[in-house]
Design a protein around this ligand. Structure first.
Ligand SMILES: *Cc1c(COP(=O)(O)O)cnc(C)c1O
Length: 427
């Protein structure tokens, strides 16, 4: 398709967009009385209008039924989480028994490492990506420390090559082979939060398994963004947050995946709680833990149903649309955004926008990370003041996520115009 940097052309793309009605389903903040161009759905997704009814339902049931709501609410609270199994399994490519919701992301990764990081004298190393999300780095360090190991020795980072922004797949595989028999666990982000690089999780999983290691993924930037086939890829475990691409609200609950191959392995240690206990016998208050077979067996506490409600609204929207349609629009709108950036770059002398997200379509999804060479933080401030919500990372990188659920092609056009003004005004 030949793109044009005009409002008419952008509107034409919107008119052809099958998902355009979903934009109306979200609440946009306003700046100067106008709905913003929202590029930070990779950080906190917008609020769907239907979410409030889901939360109100719990509040009303609580008011009317109090403790009886556990069993007699329209959606009883005691097994509320089971409503996620089907829609979530579709989003991450799993069997329903392989997914559940609980806790928050970093907490879940810790709990999963209890099961899947079991270092021995010979096999104790973790491979992760260089400059992983800080929470993941702290998690690795504290887990290794917990096992009495030295972080410098036990944590092996896959590095970028000098002068390159992204990690090469061949380097990932070489590192896995190099660590070889000492490798206990590979745990990396499915999509890098900074560059937006998408990793080939199937190949990484196979490579790790070849050396007898477990392989897991932090899917914070992947869930609801890319096509996942966790079951077929043989991934051992994964976890994600629900508040980025999945629009469930600030700091909200996380999802986990545990491959079916591990469901009957009672040798796997875990930090247990009553919500993971045999469902039929949970309220018999027996002393002996008998885990539910499946991801639900990793549950610990009874669930924060008021928090689950917005997530349920979200996964039902995803199930309604399906990942395939979201991905098709994602690719088109991201390509259009890239085109707009290049156009603005061409129109203004002295600018140089360097997109550090991989060019290759297999390695990118809904995010372009852009180095705005020659521009300062004042440009970011100008964008924010003029209704473009994005984020700024030192020295001068902006991350733009044109989320297909609610961003329009006209938003991309508007962004280009505001960006151009900001630079010309020497913001
Ligand atoms: C957003 C994000 C987190 C956040 O973790 P929380 O426990 O939800 O605060 C962790 N890891 C990655 C890779 C992220 O992008």
């Amino acid at each position: 398709m030949t793109f044009e940097n005009t409002r008419e052309f952008a509107r034409q793309l919107d008119a052809q967009d099958e998902l355009r009605k979903y934009r109306e389903e979200f609440i946009f903040p306003k700046v100067n009385g106008k709905e913003v161009v929202y590029f930070t759905g990779n950080s906190l997704g917008l609020q769907p209008k239907r979410t409030k009814a889901y939360v109100d339902e719990i509040m009303n049931d609580w008011a009317a039924l109090a403790v009886e709501g556990h069993f007699y609410a329209e959606k009883p609270w005691w097994d509320y989480q089971e409503r996620f199994a089907l829609p979530l399994s579709g989003i991450v490519g799993a069997k329903p028994s392989e997914v559940t919701v609980m806790n928050t992301l970093t907490v879940n990764l810790h709990l999963l490492m209890v099961s899947f990081y079991r270092p021995t004298a010979k096999k104790y190393k973790i491979i992760c990506e260089e400059k992983a999300f800080p929470s993941d780095q702290y998690m690795f360090q504290s887990q290794v420390h917990f096992h009495g190991l030295n972080a410098k020795d036990a944590i092996v980072e896959i590095k970028r090559r000098e002068g390159e922004h992204n990690i090469r797949m061949e380097d990932v595989l070489a590192k896995i082979d190099e660590v070889g028999d000492e490798l206990a666990l590979v745990l990396i982000g499915g999509v890098n939060y900074y560059t937006g690089q998408v990793f080939d999780m199937k190949t990484i999983t196979e490579a790790g398994h070849k050396h007898g290691a477990y392989v897991g993924f932090d899917l914070a930037h992947a869930a609801g963004n890319i096509k996942l086939n966790l079951h077929d890829w043989g991934v051992d475990f994964a976890a994600w947050c629900s508040y980025k691409y999945m629009n469930s609200g600030p700091g909200n609950v996380s999802g986990i995946f545990i491959h079916e191959a591990h469901h009957n392995n009672t040798d796997l240690p875990r930090f247990a709680g009553w919500w993971g206990h045999n469902k039929e016998r949970r309220f018999k208050m027996e002393p002996q833990f008998d885990p539910v077979r499946g991801a639900d067996g990793w549950q610990v506490s009874n669930l924060p149903v008021i928090s689950l409600a917005p997530y349920l609204a979200s996964v039902e929207m995803f199930a309604e649309v399906g990942m395939d349609k979201l991905i098709a629009k994602r690719d088109l709108i991201t390509a259009y955004l890239e085109f707009i950036l290049h156009e603005v770059d061409k129109e203004i002398e002295g600018t140089e926008f360097e997109i550090i997200t991989p060019e290759n379509k297999e390695e990118r999804a809904c995010q372009l990370s852009v180095f705005l060479h020659g521009q300062g933080r004042a440009l970011f401030d100008y964008l924010m003041k003029n209704g473009v919500i994005t984020d700024w990372r030192e020295p001068n990188v902006i991350r733009l996520a044109p989320v297909p659920f609610y961003c329009s092609f006209e938003d991309m056009y508007d962004f280009g115009q505001i960006l151009k003004q900001g630079i010309l005004n020497k913001a």
